[in-house]
Design a protein around this ligand. Structure first.
Ligand code: PLP
Length: 406
């Protein structure tokens, strides 16, 4: 199925604007994606017609609001093919989902001298919560390295795992290198040693179909705003058995069953991990975004983004002095690059003046830039609403930057 990009672009009004007199070319989708009109309409409709707090009301609006929230949970369950809605925890984002596991799983399972493994290509969100856990528990953080192409060195994984390893946390797709990690294989290796796996799916869920049962993944973290949904909403998928064994992360309303000053008992899944007023409007917006993404066609969108990636890669490599950081065999539509002797920040600033939005810096992955001994990169990350013409403008922009600094 091929995509009608000009029709799709009509769903994203924000793309249809000029900056500094130039049409916007938005290539910062790794940081956040734009929202289709249906998502904005869902949010606005919710505020205008249904808004009432969930789970605690007998009145009509509260019932409708609760129904929309729980339907959103079912939409997410279906989207990632989880077994049960109880395994879908709404959070504020991928970062919160990972922190939840690092705390709650960590409290239950990680003790002094135990080990936690993360990869060298993780976003800070999938490093720091584990470091904090290790500091709290006097546990040891071990690092699974990647090679100079940006591929995880799988043979090292078996070497790193010991009887003390309690969890492995790896990203599905690197937000800096674009690498799509072989997560099914990684999970299977870890499971051979009875080590559960958390996959950071902040970028992964936007690049192809995710089936948590097929992956047999233990935890999968999702950020709503990176998959065409609103900010402030995310998801933690977790296997029921593990979630049931874990202690709650935060205390408050909704996560309890009974409260007395002597003892509090906790609610069942998923509510045990959803303390306080949930972002129920965000959840409804996310559900609409997932339905929209499905209606575009996830495979078709991924294939088209791969075409954009290949086109941009070959055009960039044809420019003298351009170096791509991250050359894995399997990549999502994310390109990090450098122009010889030109600081990424200068490149980003000049491209911006041409209406081209890229991201510059270490992209919250300082260990990656340290690996390559660089300050940072220029990153262009594509979505299915981007066009080949926009990439041509990026290429012209890069040539102009070279001329200006040359
Ligand atoms: N993990 C990866 C791979 C990311 O790219 C990001 C955001 O850029 C995150 C985690 C954190 O996502 P959020 O800040 O939306 O929680």
């Amino acid at each position: 199925m091929s995509l009608d990009i000009s029709k799709i672009r009509q769903d994203f009004k924000i793309l249809n604007q000029t900056l500094y007199g130039k049409p916007l070319a938005y290539f910062d989708n790794g940081a956040t994606t734009q929202k289709p009109q249906v998502v904005l309409d869902t949010i606005s409709h919710f505020h205008n017609s249904i808004n009432a707090n969930i789970h605690r009301g007998v009145h009509k609006l509260s019932e409708e609001s609760t129904k929309a929230y729980e339907e959103a949970r079912e939409t997410v369950r279906d989207f990632i093919n989880a077994k049960k809605t109880g395994e879908i925890i709404f959070t504020s984002g991928a970062t919160a989902s990972i922190n939840l596991v690092a705390f709650s799983f960590g409290e239950t399972y990680v003790h002094e001298g135990d080990e936690v493994i993360v990869s060298e290509m993780e976003h800070h969100s999938n490093i720091v919560p584990w470091q904090m856990l290790c500091e709290r528990k006097k546990a040891i953080l071990k690092v699974l390295p990647f090679d100079d192409n940006g591929e995880i060195i799988l043979s090292k994984l078996e070497e790193l795992i010991t009887p003390k390893t309690k969890i492995l946390a790896v990203t599905h797709v690197s937000n800096t290198l674009g690498t799509v990690n072989p997560i099914k294989e990684i999970i299977s290796i870890a499971h051979k040693h009875n080590v559960p796996v958390l996959i950071d799916g902040a970028q992964g869920v936007k690049h192809g179909i995710v089936d948590v049962q097929d992956l047999d993944v233990d935890f999968y973290a999702i950020a709503g705003h990176k998959i065409y949904g609103p900010t402030g909403i995310g998801v933690l998928y977790g296997k029921e058995k593990l979630l049931n064994e874990m202690v709650p992360w935060q205390g408050g309303g909704d996560m309890i069953s009974t409260v007395t000053f002597v003892k509090t008992t906790y609610n069942e899944l998923p509510f045990k991990f959803e303390a306080g007023t949930a972002n129920f409007i965000g959840a409804a917006g996310l559900a609409t975004a997932l339905k929209y993404y499905k209606s575009v066609g996830i495979d078709a969108a991924t294939d088209y983004e791969t075409e954009l990636l290949n086109y941009a890669t070959s055009k960039l490599l044809a420019i003298d002095g351009v170096r791509i950081i991250g050359n894995a065999k399997r990549k999502a539509a994310i390109i990090s690059f450098l122009i010889e002797n030109i600081h990424p920040y200068d490149t980003g600033m000049i491209l911006d003046k041409m209406g081209i939005a890229v991201r510059t810096g270490n992209h919250c992955t300082q260990p990656i830039v340290d690996h390559f001994g660089i300050d940072g990169t220029v990153r262009a990350s594509f979505a299915f609403y981007n066009t080949f013409e926009e990439i041509d403008r990026l290429i012209e922009g890069v040539k102009k930057v070279k001329e200006m600094f040359g």
